[in-house]
Design a protein around this ligand. Structure first.
Ligand code: GCW
Length: 707
């Protein structure tokens, strides 16, 4: 049977099959919730952690695990192996997030209460937390540890998320968009929230999704596309009862709802003559809108805004800047403890390709750095990790280091728009980890803070890769990206390979909780280095794009070369790359502090993998690796294809383990995707190699076939 035919069946359990609960489920478990806690921080806001619902969820989780595996839910006197206890926050050590004291606010107080304490004494475990949601995260911590939770020496650990804000953004449309479909850049079927113009009647799958997210630590979801079309804009007004239904489906697992809103809403929905953020009526309209949202959804999280970007309306129309725009909305949500995620993805998408003075990479910094210090405390400036647009390789965005007086979030893309669209197996955690660990003021002891420190108060946000596909993510192995994002959002120092191991242990757990060692080995072989493999057969040395315009899948070297989008590689007969130096180029290198402004400026020190992002060089330029740029193009395209062949062979070596250690439907879907990845990698190799042979006239020193 073709694996596509099973989409209507129950969704794949992802990282929570019953086998993943074996270690806890065979034991004696106790849930102690003496009193439901009062307000977490004494503020006027309704409790953000869905208390009664989450307590009910915890009870159900314990029942489910013990029923499946023969354990029991017992009273505190029944000598439990695992006690989950709600307690006053004073039993917890408060978390420090390294921020400037004058920025400390409600959000930070919530982050402090989001942690849990894990104590193991003589093989018995007690997890204590101040809120039901934190306790739920502690429960899933024990689930993840499995037998290891109960083995080993006595321990007393405090676990708290590094970031107060851990958000997944859905680019889901309510109406099917004529070009982008139900989910913009979605590669996993339709939306879990909407179906052809309305919120789904049955939202049970949304609750299952929230369960998966809670098991990673994610606690906020923005449920609609940042490109807010007319139909979707109404989620803010007429459709609030429907939004409340979505929120009710997410709440049992402690996940809060956010909405993407249109900056023009006061006009398009409110009938006002203007959306000028400094207009008194506009301010009043946003305040009334926010009041209605929180009346319908008391634990609502906030708004996400894409303004003056790719055709979305914004403050520029009124001669205002982005601080004016963001602050108007921030003021409206502040009385409710809400946040405004304001995106920094602002650039000229109507550029003239002949104009060499405009550089899209510069745009976010040029727009936002001068505004540092002017954003309200409940505004989070959401910055894409690179200066361009979620390419396979980019330097870290200089905006992250340029806004010390602003709450800044790092935006990542779990959905694989430019990284194989969930047809290619590409494990992105190594790259995200690299971005989070990047130190804009240099490495080593003299270096300053890392990106993960700079975004401590704004946290992380990522575009979700989930849809109504049976495997949630199209490619079953793309589940690892969603899992790893959630875990890195909790602890950005976690090791990507260890995270992959965790994911395998849960996802491929047999009913008794064990994982076949060969499955573990093969998944490491296929995924650990897969991002670099993908990089090696697509656009070379950080130059980016070279994808088919529009859908962005597969090679088209000149596809974007003469378009208005600002995405050029400038290949000619002599060389390739974008000169972004201060000396002779666009000056983009000057947006970085030292030492990077100088490291990137000089071809002699610029890292190979970013060479063509920063420099236009001749094909004969010799890389640090010792080969010329042109030979690197030929070699690495060819090696990339061979590595994909290796991944196909590795997966095929598991055939004898289907279905006992690898479910048959997972196997069928992975095979189908790997076959497409190999076909596509060959196409990339041949188009890119042929293009550069024809441009340069330099033959492949190794004499491989080029067309
Ligand atoms: O990567 C680009 C995508 C657009 C997306 C935009 C953004 C939602 O091609 O589809 O729009 O980024 O991040 O806003």
């Amino acid at each position: 049977m073709n694996s596509e035919n099973v989409v209507d069946a129950a969704p794949h359990p992802a990282w929570l099959p019953d086998g993943a609960l074996a270690a806890v489920g065979r034991r004696r478990l106790t849930l102690r919730t003496p009193d439901l806690p009062g307000p977490a921080h004494g503020g006027p806001h309704p409790r953000p952690d869905g208390s009664p619902e989450v307590v009910a969820t915890l009870r159900a989780e314990l029942d489910r695990a013990t029923t499946a595996h023969g354990g029991a839910v017992v009273d505190p006197g029944g000598s439990p192996d695992l006690v989950l206890a709600l307690a006053a926050s004073s039993v917890l050590t408060s978390s420090s997030n390294g921020r400037n004291e004058d920025h400390v606010s409600t959000l930070d107080a919530e982050a402090g209460a989001a942690g849990f304490r894990f104590v193991r004494s003589a093989g018995r475990v007690t997890v204590t937390a101040a809120t039901p949601t934190a306790l739920l995260h502690g429960w899933f911590h024990a689930v993840r540890l499995g037998e290891a939770a109960f083995a080993g020496p006595d321990a007393d650990e405090h676990h708290a998320p590094a970031f107060a804000l851990r958000v997944l953004d859905h680019w889901d449309n309510v109406d099917v968009h004529p070009v982008m479909g139900q989910v913009e850049r979605g590669y996993s079927g339709g939306s879990v929230f909407y179906d052809d113009g309305r919120v789904r009647a049955d939202l049970s799958r949304v609750t299952t999704y929230a369960r998966l997210l809670a098991a990673t630590g994610i606690d906020r979801v923005c449920v609609n596309n940042v490109n807010v079309h007319a139909r979707e804009a109404r989620l803010l007004t007429d459709d609030l009862p429907e939004v409340a239904r979505i929120a009710a489906a997410l709440r049992p697992y402690g996940v809060r709802t956010h909405l993407a809103v249109s900056f023009a809403a006061p006009m398009t929905l409110g009938g006002l003559p203007t959306s000028d953020p400094l207009d008194a009526d506009v301010g009043a309209w946003w305040r009334a809108a926010a009041d209605r949202v929180w009346a319908a959804v008391p634990d609502f999280g906030g708004f996400v805004v894409k303004a003056d970007s790719e055709g979305q309306p914004g403050p520029f129309a009124y001669g205002r800047d982005h601080a004016d725009g963001a602050n108007a909305l921030a003021e409206a949500v502040a009385p409710h403890g809400g946040v405004v995620h304001w995106r920094a993805f602002v650039y000229d998408h109507r550029q003239d390709w002949r104009d060499r003075s405009t550089d899209r990479a510069r745009a976010a910094y040029d727009h936002f750095a001068p505004l540092d210090g002017r954003f309200a405390d409940n505004v989070v400036l959401q910055v894409k990790h690179g200066p361009m647009d979620f390419q396979t390789r980019e330097p870290v965005s200089p905006v992250l280091a340029a806004m010390p007086g602003t709450r800044v979030a790092l935006e990542l893309q779990v959905t694989q728009e430019y990284t194989g669209q969930q047809r290619h197996a590409v494990y992105l955690a190594p790259w995200w980890r690299e971005s989070l660990a990047f130190r804009p003021w240099g490495e080593g002891d003299e270096g300053g803070p890392a990106v993960r420190d700079l975004v401590a108060s704004g946290g992380v946000a990522a575009v979700s890769n989930v849809g109504d596909d049976r495997f949630w993510t199209g490619h079953p192995l793309a589940q690892a990206n969603l899992y790893a994002f959630g875990r890195l959002a909790w602890d950005p120092t976690l090791d990507p390979s260890a995270l992959l191991d965790e994911w395998v242990s849960l996802t491929f757990a047999r009913p008794d909780g064990t994982v076949e060692p060969r499955v573990r080995e093969v998944l490491h072989a296929v995924l650990d280095d897969s991002w670099r493999t993908y990089e090696s057969y697509t656009a070379p040395l950080g130059v980016g794009f070279m994808v088919r315009p529009g859908h962005h899948y597969g090679p088209d070297v000149d596809g974007y070369e003469y378009t208005p989008w600002g995405t050029y590689h400038f290949a000619d007969r002599d060389g390739v790359g974008v000169d972004r130096t201060r000396a002779t180029g666009t000056g983009f290198t000057g947006q970085y502090p030292a030492p990077w402004r100088d490291v990137y400026e000089d071809v002699a020190t610029c890292p190979d993998e970013l060479l063509l992002f920063f420099h236009h060089v001749p094909y004969s330029h010799v890389l640090h690796s010792g080969v010329t740029v042109i030979q690197h193009v030929y070699d690495s395209r060819s090696e990339g294809v061979e590595r994909v062949r290796g991944a196909v062979a590795a997966w095929e070596s598991l055939a004898d383990l289907v279905p006992d250690a690898v479910p048959a439907d997972v196997d069928a879907r992975v095979r189908e995707r790997l076959a497409e990845q190999l076909r596509s990698a060959v196409e990339w190799r041949d188009q890119v190699s042929t293009y550069f042979l024809r441009k340069s006239g330099v033959p492949d020193a190794r004499g491989r076939t080029i067309y």
